[in-house]
Write a new protein. Structure first.
Length: 560
């Protein structure tokens, strides 16, 4: 492909690469994720630099990956010998295309989708954008094949102008960002190897995950100096099942689940309050009981879990908040059910009964200790549960908790709070760390220069508000602060783990300079070409050179 790219302007290179990458079906969890990485490898292999330095381009097979995913790495060394390195990274998987409906066959064709939207009268704004020629449509166009294309175009530039680098640039393209993040997690060991064997000192990482307007008419291009984390709090709710003819004496776990959802879902009081940042509240991702067939018995148990964004809070703080909410919900439920029963007795004239609607609230770790103290062999129960259940890690986690609850000799109504995969650390620049404040000021200076050059309006923010692979490049918590997570995620180190020590050794700040577009994860997904293909590559190029220059200067001062 080099011969097709070499004589094109920068924006044309990015556009050509984007159209080509979009045309490859790389839906998460399919072999397309392998195919697109191999295609990127083939494209890079055509560059003269990698023909001359074949050991600077390689594939890494991710160990035990269910679809055989690979990561592609490309290292460009500057003419001035230095260990200082900027990491370019982007994911190349996409979400599925069911939302395209009858247009599924055209989802990966940028031309076909643009033609369709030119005649799309149901949304005049989208139609006008398609007619303008400034927007590219198709699955992955903005999330984020265009981001990978920007990095590849800049890699091509630096291979032809190594004299402009006072350090090195390392490209990483990986899959599985849209699910379990196996790509970036698998890459950590390779980054750690490069750090140890080649002595690479990673100055920063630049991700190109997409940015989007935050409100109608928003003129800003947002640059983020960190990535929000994520934790997945789960509730196993064990009730007191009864026949529907005696429902007032029971405790319906679905009712408790509904109350928890009402209390937690989109409740902004639970969101962190960070001035100037777009912070999001927890969101319910699943709520269902465990009944498999229709009966007139109320449900025995119910399962509930939430997406919970993490900005500055620790797992311990989040656990404390949710325990408080669960206890209040259970107290309210007890009072409500007792009141309904008393009204029933008063109306019917039946004699009262000695009933209790008390619901215990506990963490998974506390529950394990409670069972062990009562002589329950928790290890054999967990092993048996794992032997019976595989597949979705959330379901596996619930099956473990359910099996433990079934072995509970007391059979109390109970809410068990635990965590399930995935966990994403938060990665952000700190104001009390010298390296971080230098990165912040360097980016601000480059943005000022680029704003004057392009008339773009940039805004520098602390947290990329969604989920991104950059979360896995640094971690702020100590082992002690991570204990509430590790102890309350069933079978940590067995069904799921995060290589904390590897991440701590890498400690790479993550910056997101993303392609600009709209409707990521929607069938109307589109990327804005003038900024994404023209301005952004130059912004990243200038930032890279500035970061390497300042890192080299700092290194020289240290040597003196």
């Amino acid at each position: 492909m080099y011969n097709q790219l070499r004589n094109l302007e920068l924006s044309q290179q990015v556009e050509m690469l984007t159209r080509h990458l979009v045309s490859i079906n790389s839906i998460n969890g399919t072999l397309g994720e392998v195919e697109i990485v191999q295609e990127i490898y083939r494209i890079l292999r055509s560059f003269p630099y990698f023909e001359e330095h074949p050991d600077h381009l390689w594939l890494q097979t991710i160990e035990s990956d269910p679809v055989g995913r690979q990561n592609v790495f490309a290292l460009v060394k500057g003419q001035k010998h230095s260990k200082q390195t900027v990491l370019f990274h982007s994911h190349i998987d996409t979400v599925a295309v069911e939302d395209f409906g009858p247009l599924k066959k055209d989802a990966f064709s940028t031309d076909a989708m643009e033609d369709f939207f030119r005649g799309y009268e149901n949304d005049p704004v989208i139609q006008q954008e398609a007619l303008s020629g400034d927007w590219m449509f198709g699955r992955g166009s903005v999330d984020m094949k265009s981001g990978a294309a920007v990095h590849i175009a800049n890699i091509l530039y630096f291979t032809e102008h190594p004299e402009e680098l006072t350090g090195n640039v390392l490209l990483l393209c990986n899959g599985d960002e849209e699910s379990e993040h196996r790509g970036i997690i698998g890459a950590l060991s390779e980054l750690n190897r490069l750090q140890a064997e080649l002595g690479l000192d990673f100055v920063t990482a630049i991700n190109t995950d997409f940015i989007t307007p935050l409100y109608d008419g928003d003129p800003n291009r947002y640059i983020y100096t960190g990535a929000a984390g994520k934790i997945l709090p789960c509730f196993h709710i064990y009730g007191k099942e009864v026949h529907v003819g005696d429902t007032l004496s029971g405790i319906d776990p679905n009712f408790v689940a509904a109350k928890l959802t009402e209390r937690i879902h989109n409740r902004y009081a639970l969101a962190e309050k960070i001035p100037g940042e777009l912070v999001l509240p927890p969101t319910c991702l699943q709520q269902r009981d465990t009944k498999e067939l229709y009966t007139v018995q109320t449900a025995i148990s119910s399962h509930l879990y939430f997406n919970y964004f993490v900005y500055e809070d620790s797992p311990k703080q989040i656990l404390g908040k949710l325990l408080h909410e669960a206890r209040e919900v259970c107290e309210e439920t007890e009072h409500y059910l007792q009141q309904q029963f008393e009204e029933y007795i008063e109306f019917t004239g039946l004699p009262s009964r000695d009933l209790s609607w008390k619901i215990d609230v506990t963490t998974y770790d506390e529950y394990l200790q409670y069972l062990i103290q009562r002589g329950v062999n928790v290890k054999s129960i967990i092993d048996e549960a794992l032997a019976k259940k595989s597949g979705d890690l959330r379901d596996v986690s619930f099956s473990i908790v359910s099996a433990l609850q079934e072995a509970d000799p007391e059979k109390k109504a109970r809410v068990i709070l635990f965590f399930a995969p995935p966990f994403l650390p938060h990665n952000y620049l700190k104001t009390d760390v010298s390296r971080d404040t230098k990165i912040q000021s360097s980016i601000a200076e480059v943005l000022k220069e680029m704003s004057e050059l392009t008339d773009e309006c940039f805004q520098l923010k602390k947290f990329f508000p969604y989920l991104a692979d950059g979360s896995f490049l640094s971690i702020h918590e100590t082992e002690e602060e991570l204990t509430p997570l590790v102890h309350n995620l069933p079978e940590w180190d067995n069904i799921y783990t995060i290589p904390f020590h590897t991440i701590q050794k890498l400690n790479i700040p993550s910056v997101n300079m993303g392609v600009y577009g709209k409707d990521g994860h929607k069938w109307t997904e589109r990327v804005y070409k003038p900024y994404s293909f023209g301005v952004l590559p130059l912004l990243i190029r200038k930032t890279t050179m500035r970061m390497l220059e300042e890192a080299s200067e700092d290194q020289s001062l240290e040597l003196v």
